[in-house]
Ligand binder design. Structure first.
Ligand SMILES: *Cc1c(COP(=O)(O)O)cnc(C)c1O
Length: 381
């Protein structure tokens, strides 16, 4: 089994002929970047799919977050969850901003609005919540706080492609939401990302910033960056987007197979998306309570690995425990107790559309055997 490894994800792969067809057209036009035909088509199609009025493609979500910070003219401190991928917090630092960590809510694992508001000072310019695992934050509370305290609201929606709450698309919340189209995400362009903006003015600012800040051949308006998505990446996106419904269906199938086998295990909780709306299907996450399960998350993860199953501890260690951030006052462990517990207990299991029921059985077999409360085998077995 060790020579048939199962990784936490396997990027979706569309039929090569479809990409070849896009490449043929691109090479006929001899245009490989600078907002060519593929780029413009993908930007329009994604705005439609995501249900957002103002949408801009970028070369990855990390640059996207940096562009968003500049477009919103952020200054001083930005309040952020420590329980996220390092890019969320690094983007702030690259923009000369000071991240201020606030704790997460225990059930949702998203930034707790009450704790975020407690962290607001006269230097705060924005809140940056993450829709962790694609589960939508308490947007109503964040809206209210942002309005009352005159703060900008920037969402990291890297995990939340196509997510809706009821009928409302996730990209409609806040001033800007940043999506990632990295190869490990549900929808991908190899490397890539996109920003959905609340207003046309914000989109214009984003579009200026992603193109060096250049207005025309002789005029630079602002110190921008190169955040453009290339035609090759956009072509991959166009092709992958044609298969998104099928990939979502396959992942929903895998999720059901996992749930059937894992839900009855004591000390293991399947982390479920909130009901009502289209779910993320980005990760399949379980929470291990060592006292009941009979084994810690870390031991289970190591055991899976011994058997060639590479689950991932998203997100351990916390960003607040990493070298660039651990000396910040807000990184103090007593400030972040819910995040510390979550980082010890959560585990992302292999999850992607191409997983077979045999693959799922193999992962679940190892987990069930590790659980202390497993049903006893009949004596004659
Ligand atoms: C993947 C990810 C990012 C970074 O996305 P890139 O497109 O790889 O730059 C940012 N935030 C979160 C939460 C992510 O998971």
């Amino acid at each position: 089994m060790k020579n048939n490894p199962l990784y936490v994800t396997r990027p979706f792969c569309a039929p090569p002929e479809e990409f070849a067809e896009e490449y043929r057209r691109m090479s006929e036009a001899a245009r490989f970047t600078n907002h060519g035909n593929c780029h413009e088509r993908l930007e329009r199609e994604l705005a439609g799919y995501l249900g957002v009025p103002y949408f801009s493609l970028v070369n990855n979500a990390t640059t996207g977050l940096m562009i968003a910070c500049k477009a919103l003219n952020l200054r001083g401190e930005v309040i952020v969850s420590p329980f996220t991928f390092p890019a969320t917090v690094n983007a702030l630092t690259w923009c000369g901003l000071t991240p201020v960590f606030a704790d997460i809510a225990e059930k949702s694992f998203n930034l707790d609005p009450r704790r975020a508001e407690e962290a607001v000072t006269t230097r705060t310019s924005a809140i940056l919540p993450v829709h962790l695992y694609g589960n939508v934050c308490d947007t109503r509370a964040f809206d209210e706080i942002a309005r009352r305290r005159k703060l900008r609201l920037l969402y990291d929606a890297a995990h939340a492609f196509g997510v809706t709450r009821g009928d409302l698309p996730v990209g409609r919340y806040g001033d800007i939401s940043v999506f990632s189209f990295h190869a490990t995400k549900l929808f991908h362009t190899g490397e890539g990302g996109g920003l959905s903006c609340r207003t046309a003015d914000l989109k214009n600012q984003v579009d200026l910033l992603r193109n060096f800040g250049i207005r025309d051949t002789e005029c630079v308006l602002t110190a921008g960056i190169n955040g453009k998505m290339s035609e090759l990446h956009a072509a991959l996106g166009l092709v992958n987007l044609r298969h998104i419904a099928a990939e979502r269906n396959e992942r929903a199938r895998v999720r059901r197979l996992y749930e059937e086998q894992l839900e009855s295990l004591r000390g293991l909780t399947v982390i479920k998306p909130p009901s009502g709306g289209r779910e993320a299907l980005q990760y399949f996450v379980v929470q291990i309570d060592a006292a009941y399960f009979g084994m810690s998350r870390d031991s289970l993860c190591a055991l899976l690995e011994t058997n060639g199953v590479y689950a991932r501890k998203y997100f351990y260690p916390l960003c607040s425990e990493q070298a660039p951030y651990r000396n910040l006052a807000s990184a103090a462990p007593e400030n972040l107790s819910a995040a510390i517990t979550a980082a010890k207990q959560l585990l992302c299991l292999p999850f992607y559309g191409a997983m077979t029921s045999t693959d799922v059985d193999r992962v679940c077999g190892i987990i069930s055997k590790s659980c202390r409360s497993r049903p006893e085998m009949p004596a004659h077995a």
